[in-house]
Design a protein around this ligand. Structure first.
Ligand SMILES: C[S@@+](CC[C@H](N)C(=O)[O-])C[C@H]1O[C@@H](n2cnc3c(N)ncnc32)[C@H](O)[C@@H]1O
Length: 339
């Protein structure tokens, strides 16, 4: 299926296939700057989680979503399947769907299938991972009545690109699933939703997936599985720096660690140095020294209450239209409408 005539005017890839590729000079410069800022500092070293998602990392993430301990993706999928008909009924008129951090978009098929019965649907998965976008376009591009245009960009830039070129009279449904909002610190999450709202027009919609607080033991199993897939996903960050930034991290001297921070209600992922050691990151001109048990903090996954999830939208210019909660693995899907 071709994109509708109005969408054809924007610079979109000729085909839905996004080939795997090496990082661009700009991406490399960004990675170098973030490595310098995060690893070169005194105190707790950090790296932004967006660097997990090279081709290896995106593939490992897909495996994580299949693990019995990681109930989050299945809860998200169950809810999407259940709510999709009601969602389609609530959003009258022509709708285009933009998804932030789509990954492979596996769960999104339920939403697209519900919407396409009314009219052909333009779907814009926005992600920084070319590998994830390639899989997404290959899978969802097969759905009849759905036109997939992958947007390889950061969340905000990607959404601005899509919103600026929407045909008149088309409302945007933005999906932000998988509780990826939980990777932002709480204040940053609100700021992000506020910016997102500024990009939207009244009547546009946001469907936000949030993982809810649950017993620490359940959460820690989800982020430290016995097969070691999440460990590999975390350690791949060091391997990626070795590949792309000319670093020399010795992976066997590092361990994956998941921590439940009860006060902040977040799971933290760290890479723990198993011994006193040094490492260099050639392209970032970093010569690093790590103490035994010193960590690099690589990700935060904040957990919410259903009321908090609703309030986040309310405080940032959205009205709550509906909320669905999974009973098996507490997870909330909240539908917001832009005022
Ligand atoms: C936790 S995964 C979730 C994937 C999918 N939405 C799901 O629910 O399974 C996060 C996704 O967001 C993408 N991502 C991370 N940071 C991003 C950013 N700043 N801009 C755009 N995409 C980003 C990653 O490449 C990855 O595909």
């Amino acid at each position: 299926m071709q994109p509708s005539a109005a969408w054809k005017t924007r610079p979109a890839p000729a085909s839905a296939r996004v080939p795997a590729r090496a990082p661009t000079p700009e991406e490399l410069a960004g990675f170098i700057a973030d490595a310098r800022a995060g690893l070169g500092r005194a105190g707790q070293k950090e790296l932004p989680p967006k660097y997990f998602y090279d081709e290896v990392g995106s593939s490992l993430f897909e495996v994580i979503t299949l693990l019995p301990e990681y109930g989050l993706t299945r809860a998200d999928a169950r809810l999407l399947r259940r709510l999709a008909p009601e969602l389609a009924a609530r959003l009258a008129g022509p709708v285009a769907v933009a998804e932030l951090g789509s990954g492979t978009g596996k769960k999104t098929r339920w939403v697209l299938e519900a919407l396409r019965w009314r009219q052909p649907i333009d779907y814009f998965p926005i992600d920084i991972s070319p590998a994830a976008l390639r899989h997404c376009a290959e899978q969802l591009g097969k759905l009849p009545g759905v036109s997939v245009t992958p947007v390889e960009a950061a969340y905000r830039a990607g959404l601005e690109m899509v919103a600026a070129q929407r045909p008149a009279g088309t409302r945007l449904l933005v999906l932000f699933l998988g509780s990826t909002i939980g990777n932002f610190h709480r204040g940053e999450a609100r700021a992000f939703l506020g910016q997102l709202r500024q990009t939207l027009a009244p009547g546009d919609a946001l469907l936000l997936g949030t993982d809810l607080v649950k017993p620490a033991v359940t959460l820690l199993r989800a982020y430290d599985d016995p097969l070691g897939v999440t460990a590999a996903f975390n350690l791949n960050l060091l391997a990626r720096m070795n590949r792309e930034l000319g670093a020399d991290f010795e992976l066997s001297r590092w361990a994956h660690e998941a921590r439940w921070n009860a006060e902040e209600r977040r799971v933290e992922m760290h890479l723990r140095s198993l011994e006193e050691q040094t490492a260099t990151v050639r392209l970032a001109e970093l010569a690093l020294r790590f103490r035994r048990d010193e960590t690099i903090w690589t990700e935060s996954c904040y957990k919410f209450t259903a009321a908090e999830a609703a309030a986040m939208g309310g405080e940032t210019g959205f009205g709550v239209a509906a909320q669905w909660v999974d009973a098996e693995w507490p997870f909330a899907e909240t539908l917001f409408l832009a005022h």
